[in-house]
Unconditional design. Structure first.
Length: 127
């Protein structure tokens, strides 16, 4: 048992050391094989429609508050000339973000880059 735990810790440490390299490698592969990946995904989704529908039904049950917050925020329009001030980038705000899904009417307006960063999916460039 102890060896398994040590192996997991070692693997995790090694992954974290190489994370940036692996992320760049995955991005490069995607850009070089974009059409192939898209076609493979379409084929998989076509062949596994029932399984995907079951998965999405479970996801909707688990994330009711997100769906409710999204539907409530549809009526909120981003005022013209609103700037994103979250990370001091001052670009025009183009997207809405819920800091708390339990408060569906509370949204902040962000630019696309800051919104990705807020969800941990983007790189924040320091200006």
């Amino acid at each position: 048992m102890n060896k398994v735990k040590l192996k997991k810790e070692y693997d995790r440490k090694r992954y974290l050391e190489k994370k940036d390299f692996l992320d760049n490698q995955h991005k490069e592969y995607y850009y070089n094989n974009r059409e192939k990946i898209i076609n493979r995904t379409r084929k998989y989704r076509g062949e596994n429609r029932e399984m995907i529908n079951k998965y999405m039904a479970c996801w909707r049950l688990k994330h009711k508050n997100r769906i409710h917050a999204y539907n409530q925020s549809k009526s909120i329009k981003i005022p013209k000339g609103t700037f994103c001030k979250k990370y001091h980038c001052y670009n025009l705000a183009t997207e809405k973000h819920h800091p708390n899904y339990n408060k569906p009417k509370l949204v902040i307006f962000l630019c696309h880059n800051c919104h990705l960063f807020e969800h941990g999916r983007g790189l924040k460039l320091i200006k």
